[in-house]
Design a binder for this molecule. Structure first.
Ligand code: GMT
Length: 375
């Protein structure tokens, strides 16, 4: 099929999922067109099966807010016509589903009928979408998508609770590609980060409030009082400065490394012993899954869809949001004993394999086929 994918091009989970999905679809022979305002961060190679079309929004002084939705829907119409695209898959409801619906309607005027699949990712529902200023438009765009998918059962239930949804929502979880996790990888530069005695603990996110960054620091602070350890913080965002200050106040700055955004997540996870994800809410927790496939157990909150990924007592432990004491105690249970750590590492990777792209991709393809045939 010729498929257009609309997503955010950033390091955020929805952009990563959309990009990895597009690459996998291209590997299966589909022609994939990414339509967004910048080349997606994980999209390194363009080919005769992968195209990128940039959405430009010309600045005009009259507008306090530049009309991105308008530019996106126009770009969709042009690209779909030019390349004979057969299906539109939008990731993140706001404003992509809304712009996609407008494009569909414009194309219909010209006799072109194209199905639109909307994938809900989390914050488009639980944080931003439910705001009264957006809610009617989000409800409308979901109800007017041809197929709606959500990345976890929990997100599906939240969507049904928060919005008046008349469509079925199919759950298609986030995924990883086990083939990208190379078992013969020998370039794991652990010694650059820590001594042999130290455990390495990692957190990766966009450092937004929802990630509860101060909790990450407090959990680590409690751990390092008991065992030698280092914390690696990967990502950029509004909470980073405060986190650096908190480390100084606690006197642990020499044990915490802030690496900024990275495209080499696997290289960092290969030497990590534990991953921390104490989020306020998380529709799925792709970062946890990426840790698990790299044999890294997870200490997390039990928020949202995280329990569908991190299995309590098996791949890590879950605690109530904000219970940093318990999270640190659980972390120590895993980290203090080499045998226990190894057991959790193996369990984490085994559980992550359930989300391998080879299992998840056919679910998307089935949805595409159903939507296409229904037109
Ligand atoms: O976690 C973020 O803040 C980024 C966000 C996004 O919209 O890109 O991630 C969401 O989508 C990911 C991919 O489906 C999920 O794995 C994340 O759990 C979800 N984040 C939240 O629900 C907070």
């Amino acid at each position: 099929m010729k498929i257009a994918i609309v997503c955010y091009p950033t390091f955020g989970g929805s952009g990563v999922v959309a990009t990895e999905l597009g690459i996998a679809l291209a590997n299966r022979g589909h022609e994939v067109h990414f339509i967004t305002y910048r080349q997606p961060v994980r999209l390194e190679l363009l080919s005769n099966k992968i195209y990128f079309h940039e959405v430009n929004v010309p600045e005009y002084p009259l507008f306090q807010y530049q009309p991105y939705e308008l530019a996106l829907s126009s770009k969709l119409v042009d690209t779909i016509k030019l390349h004979g695209i057969e299906l539109l898959h939008v990731h993140y409801a706001i404003p992509h589903a809304y712009a996609g619906y407008m494009a569909k309607k414009m194309l219909e005027e010209e006799g072109i009928i194209i199905p639109m699949i909307t994938t809900l990712h989390g914050t488009d529902i639980t944080l931003v979408g439910k705001h009264p200023f957006y809610k009617p438009a989000v409800t409308f765009s979901i109800n007017n998508s041809d197929v709606v998918t959500s990345v976890s059962e929990n997100l599906k239930q939240s969507t049904l609770e928060l919005f008046n949804i008349k469509k079925d929502i199919e759950v298609i979880p986030n995924f990883i590609d086990k083939r990208k996790c190379n078992p013969t990888f020998t370039d794991c530069q652990r010694s650059l980060m820590a001594t042999d005695e130290e455990r390495i603990i990692t957190h990766i996110s966009n450092f937004r409030k929802v990630k509860r960054i101060p909790d990450v620091i407090q959990i680590f602070n409690n751990i390092q009082k008991q065992i030698p350890a280092k914390l690696i913080m990967v990502g950029e965002g509004p909470e980073k400065e405060g986190a650096e200050r908190l480390c100084e106040e606690l006197g642990i700055s020499n044990k915490v490394m802030f690496l900024g955004n990275s495209n080499e997540i696997d290289r960092i996870l290969c030497f990590s012993d534990l991953f921390l994800l104490p989020s306020q809410t998380e529709s799925f927790g792709l970062a946890a899954l990426e840790a698990m496939i790299n044999k890294v157990p997870v200490i997390s909150s039990n928020a949202g869809g995280i329990p569908e990924v991190n299995l309590h007592g098996v791949t890590g432990y879950l605690s109530d949001i904000g219970n940093v004491e318990e999270m640190a105690e659980n972390a120590l249970k895993i980290l203090k004993d080499d045998v226990v750590l190894e057991e959790f590492k193996i369990n984490a990777q085994k559980a992550a394999l359930e989300f391998d792209i080879l299992k998840v991709l056919p679910l998307y393809e089935a949805v595409y086929e159903k939507a296409y045939l229904a037109m």
